[in-house]
Unconditional design. Sequence first.
Length: 343
Amino acid sequence: MATIEDVARAAGVSASTVSYVLSGKRTISAATRARVERAIAELEYHPHAGARALASSRTDVLALVVPLRLDADASLRGDVDVNVIMQFVAGIVPRARALGYDVLLLTDDDPTALRRVSGGASADALIVMDVESEDDRLPAVARSRTPAILIGMPDDPHGLSCVDFDFDGAGRLAVRHLAGLGHRRVALVGPPDVVLERHTSYADRMLHGLRTQSRSSGVDFRLTLTTARRDAVAAAVSEALDGEAPATALVVHNEAALPAVLDVVRARGLRVPDDLSVVAVCPQNIAEQQAVPLTSIDIPAQHIGATAAEMAVATLRGELEPHTRLVRATLTDRGSTAAAAAA
């Protein structure tokens, strides 16, 4: 097992410098800090939690608040996609470890749970996921002396540190891409209705971008919401494609429903993209792994998670003031969109 002296030798510094990097008690140059952090990662050095807490009054723990909402029977609700959540976690945990921090996972969306952690000595900083436009947890975050980073953006982010994907820009980009191909009737296959009912920030901003760009591009936009169940997906696709003026393109912002959407489209005898164009808004690997590789606006979940960990540590070191970072939306064409067919 590596010791602090081993780390010091590998980084070419004194053991006290390693200690200062871990505790944040003194300002260390960026180059020296990078060498120490690289040596910590390479040697897989793990400071003794009890000793470091006694020595510095810090825990070197980041608390990650992930609300895994449960139904009455204690099963996960249909609007919770664990696979996507874990992509963010997969970005947070290794980056936190490289910076010398462990991660404490909280799965309770009760605001009192957040207050218990922020008011005690369990963690040095909080990373709060799945932020709503008007989130009940934010008053506790604002009052706490424990720094917090939000993955998501509330309506009023003033005084808070937030990092998220530019979902508003993603909605605009999807419509611009499809309108440029001649599509004038576009439908969103979106998340379950409960996500919009509780005004989850990402869903509100995505919908705003879609609607705003549709108006300016002369596109008839319609909204359908669905869970991942095949019967629900079939109903949503029918709502979009049936009638006198069916949509010629779908924007799918529901990762769990994507396989069923493509299955239902195929069962209707439609070919992607010859008969119907499809754009997904999801992490890259999900778009690539579908039965038809999908043109997508890729959500860089792991990058956002890693950025949240970096922001939390930078805040603890006094190197970061509250601000919002939005990751720009870009579109990757994988061949699932084409020019709109003639009426």
